[in-house]
Design a binder for this molecule. Structure first.
Ligand SMILES: [Zn+2]
Length: 535
């Protein structure tokens, strides 16, 4: 799929995987130097809960009875120091807890606690001489009898009595190009510190224990080798990867009384030198913008790259059979990688496979992800094989309805052109989304044109406003780039090469940087409409 963030950290499987019991196992196995999938290796004791105390944790086995997790009263008696007495005549059982009496009856989803009735999720079950009670017996009846709160946390199989502090810590790891961001959502908010000790970061919480859910595998291994529970029960460990250079952390308020801790882990800013530096002297390192300061307020954080066409819609076809949809996807993928790694921005592709995507859907991907820029990639076609060069388009409302402004692209990107003025076109509010970004789109087009000019041949009408269907609904600065003419035999050959595609990628990265860094209110293109075409 096309999501830049592989958000797979929060599902229940992973939570279960990192139950505290599992963490103990994991710690042991991690010490053996292996990153393991604990679920696969956990013994069937997975139905064991841990009762967290200040100084110790005690196991409490559960059993599945009638699709309910149930606990044996005898086990509860051991852990919570209760006295259980069966009353065979009455068909029930009494539980004495700190002077309070709880009465249970077979077949009744109720408990009487000192004469107060509380409802239970299921009736107690009697097996032989053993009585089983549902989990909410603990949180409702037993807690009431003991005069304290008892949290039964099913996902992590923890039972947390009273004032024991066991914050939930949900970790999420994502790549922002040269930066890995580890986000810890801590609930309830708990004081903590982050410190570096050798090749790891330690996050220490002021708590009695932790209830963590952690990513099973690092998606950014060069910066973060793994995130796991520490030897101390209140510490998380971030094992750093080989490219680690520095980190910084920041706290912010989270949801419902929680807090969010974000730790940015930055890579070394220079890339490794090439293995064979040429005879012409030291290798030239590409000029990289500084990490971690890449997204000033109002800056460029998310970019949507739209590979034109796809699936049944092949777009233009070259004489030798080169397909526009294929070239567009290839450049889009390269561009994503380059933007992510060099600028640390989030990049989303409207398609990352040879599949058809409706034009409205492409705009929706950009709008729904609140992208800051939209770049649509295409290759051109003309009936004249002599025509060559790249062209950059942005949306022009003036261009609507003017026959002469019609883009000679000849594919579905072009709105049907009506005779007469713009009023003849039915424009819905959604379709007007681009209208308020046209100045910025023109500025972006200008930056793209300038950058492309340094890398590849440009066409006779290199930059122009045009009524492009794919751009209309996009609610952010947007351009469409026709990279070359597939109908020109030389260009068809060129556009399929790594050299050409990388040159376009380099140009577009440069264009994004210069657009991003342009002072606000910088002059944009004079709105000169393109001259009538000669295609
Ligand atoms: Zn196209």
């Amino acid at each position: 799929m096309n999501q830049a963030r592989g958000d797979c950290y929060h599902d229940a499987t992973l939570k279960a995987r990192f139950s505290v019991l599992a963490s103990v196992l994991a710690a042991a196995l991690l010490l053996a130097g292996r990153n393991v999938d604990v679920t696969a290796q956990a013994p069937p004791a997975a139905l064991t809960y841990q009762v967290i105390g200040r100084d110790a944790r005690r196991p409490l086995p559960a059993r599945l009875l009638a699709n309910q997790e149930m606990f044996a009263l005898d086990d509860l008696a051991r852990v919570f120091e209760l006295t259980v007495r069966e009353d065979l005549a009455a068909g029930g059982v009494t539980v004495a807890a700190r002077g309070q009496t709880i009465v249970l009856s077979a077949g009744q989803p109720l408990a009487s606690v000192g004469g107060r009735l509380v409802s239970l999720g299921a009736a107690p079950v009697r097996e032989g001489r053993t009585w089983f009670v549902p989990a909410d017996f603990i949180s409702r009846a037993l807690a009431l009898a003991l005069g304290t709160r008892i949290d039964v946390r099913r996902p992590s199989r923890l039972i947390v009595p009273g004032d024991v502090r066991v914050p939930q810590v949900a970790a999420r790891l994502e790549s922002l190009g040269g930066v890995a961001r580890l986000t810890l959502d801590v609930s309830p908010a708990t004081p903590h510190t982050v410190s570096q000790e050798g090749s790891r970061l330690l996050v220490r919480f002021e708590a009695d224990a932790l209830d963590p859910s952690l990513p099973a595998v690092s998606t950014v291994p060069e910066l973060v080798a793994s995130v796991h529970a520490g030897e101390a029960p209140t510490t998380l460990v971030v094992d750093l990867g080989p490219r680690f250079a520095s980190f910084r952390s920041a706290d912010s308020p989270g949801d419902r009384g929680g807090s969010r801790l974000a730790i940015d882990i930055a890579a070394q800013t220079t890339e490794a030198a090439p293995a064979n530096p040429g005879p012409t002297g030291p290798p030239q390192l590409p000029e990289l913008p500084p990490l971690l300061d890449l997204a000033p307020a109002g800056g460029v954080r998310t970019i949507v790259i739209d590979a034109g066409h796809g699936g049944d819609d092949q777009g233009a076809t070259g004489g030798a059979g080169t397909l526009e949809k294929t070239v567009a996807l290839s450049v889009a993928r390269r561009l994503k990688g380059a933007l992510e790694s060099r600028l640390g921005v989030r990049v989303i592709l409207t398609r990352d496979a040879d599949r058809s995507v409706a034009l409205d859907e492409r705009a929706a991907v950009a709008n729904n992800n609140q992208a800051d820029l939209f770049i649509s990639l295409h290759a051109n076609a003309s009936v004249r094989p002599g025509i060559a060069g790249a062209e950059v388009f942005y949306l022009s409302l003036e261009a609507y309805g003017e026959e002469g402004q019609r883009v000679a692209h000849g594919d579905a990107d072009v709105l049907p052109v009506f005779g007469g003025g713009a009023r003849d076109i039915e424009v819905t509010p959604w379709e007007l989304a681009q209208a308020r970004h046209i100045e910025q789109s023109a500025a972006l087009a200008q930056a793209v044109d300038r950058a492309l000019r340094e890398q590849i041949p440009m066409g006779p009408r290199a930059i122009q406003p045009a009524p492009l269907r794919v751009l209309i609904g996009v609610n952010m600065p947007a351009v469409l780039v026709e990279m070359a003419f597939l109908t020109n035999p030389q260009q068809e050959k060129d556009v399929a090469t790594d050299t050409f595609q990388n040159a376009i990628v380099q140009a577009l990265v440069n264009a994004v940087v210069s657009f991003r860094d342009a002072p606000p209110g910088a002059p944009v293109l004079p709105g000169a409409p393109a001259a009538p075409g000669t295609r």
